[in-house]
Design a protein around this ligand. Structure first.
Ligand code: TXA
Ligand code: MG
Length: 357
């Protein structure tokens, strides 16, 4: 049985926090809201608890976890040394959605880091996450609280749908404000490198650090275009096939949608669309009967990010076979949105002619 305890997201009650802290200290698993997505927490320094996290998620042991701390001052608990740039980054971005890759401290079990000499660390800003870290006094290892390969949870309901009966407790603090995971940054190279774009934008990092590289996923996308089945699926809906339409001009987008809808419906598939507010009018005219969800304005990737995962889950649960998603660009959180859509997509459509549209 998984206990779900509602908490005030701004001022969680102490008794709920103490109960969750006790559970963690005795090796239990507690899901809790962070500002990005819900995390599946266990005591990071307890090898058995860490083992249980991997089992509950069905996650391969080769995929390392993020360790959460209450403040930068707690870093010595889990890291061996602290590079100079960390204080600058912490000053600007902690608490917040930035994960740093640092030299692993000896007390951190190798299971947390999948055998690596480095450990991923972040200081979350969500009041519930903060309070849980402070009340428990623990370093909390927490991947996103979903089954491996699936869509990350932005509500306690999402967590329960994936992990009910597999974890001890969920603190329900409502929907998470950012909606996509933290930015993972490698600072061991001369030019810092984003390993996973997320809640802190590349622009914000560059304003503080100067140029920042981005680990490219190009190769696998080219492959995926050539042969959709090849793409390693992650952040993906359970049932529906997600098709990302990455065509910048509005007119091309409408034509591509028209072609893809016709194609899908000919094979009897149910089609839904995740679109921008700006698409509602033409979609209504062209496809009045199609299931649709506007995630936010093209000028407001923050809102799109917040609604993205819930939108993917909703379309999946409504029984759609195909989800068409428009591209939202790369400005601000757009980069994280595109990264997640690339990983979730079975197919990426970039040129109408090339794809036969
Ligand atoms: O926003 C988030 O980061 C959420 C919340 C719960 O904090 N957590 C999260 O964890 O997204 P997870 O496990 O779903 O993703 C962890 C990411 C993976 O991409 C993993 O490869 C990377 O962090 N990572 C962890 N340790 C690493 C390491 N030592 N070196 C490089 N990448 C690492
Ligand atoms: Mg995850």
């Amino acid at each position: 049985m998984t206990r779900c305890i509602p908490v005030d997201p701004c001022a969680p009650a102490l008794d709920a926090l103490q109960e969750a802290a006790e559970c963690l200290k005795s090796g239990g698993l507690v899901a809790f809201p962070t500002e990005t997505v819900y995390g599946l927490g266990g005591n990071a320094l307890d090898g058995r608890a860490v083992q249980r996290i991997f089992e509950a998620k069905g996650r391969p042991a080769t995929d390392p976890l993020i360790v959460h701390l209450p403040a930068v001052e707690a870093l010595p608990m889990v890291v061996k040394s602290i590079p100079d740039v960390v204080s600058t980054l912490a000053e600007h971005f902690w608490p917040g959605p930035l994960t740093l890759i640092l030299p692993r401290g000896e007390k951190v079990p190798l299971s947390v880091t999948a055998g690596l000499d480095t450990v991923a660390v972040r200081v979350p800003s969500h009041p519930v996450a903060q309070a849980l870290l402070r009340v428990s006094g623990l370093a909390i290892a927490a991947p996103s609280a979903n089954r491996f390969g699936g869509v990350s949870p932005t509500t306690a309901g999402h967590v329960l749908r994936d992990l009910e009966g597999r974890i001890d407790m969920v603190l329900d603090g409502g929907a998470t404000p950012i909606g996509v995971e933290s930015t993972v940054l490698d600072i061991s190279t001369a030019v810092p490198r984003i390993l996973r774009p997320g809640g802190v934008s590349r622009e914000a990092l560059e304003a503080v650090l100067g140029p920042v590289d981005l680990l490219e996923r190009k190769a696998s996308q080219e492959e995926a275009q050539a042969s959709p089945g090849l793409l390693e699926k992650h952040y993906a809906p359970h049932h529906a096939r997600l098709i990302l339409v990455e065509i910048p001009q509005n007119e091309g987008l409408q034509e591509a949608f028209a072609h893809l809808v016709t194609q899908a419906e000919q094979s009897g598939a149910r089609v839904g669309a995740l679109i921008a507010d700006e698409d509602l009018a033409w979609l209504e005219t062209q496809f009045p009967a199609m299931a649709r969800l506007a995630l936010g304005s093209l000028n407001d990737p923050g809102t799109v990010a917040r609604n993205l995962y819930a939108g993917m889950r909703a379309m999946d649960e409504a029984g759609m076979d195909v989800i068409l998603v428009r591209d939202f660009g790369t400005a601000g959180l757009g980069l994280a949105i595109r990264d997640r859509l690339y990983r979730a997509a079975s197919q990426i459509v970039r040129h109408i002619a090339q794809n036969g549209a």
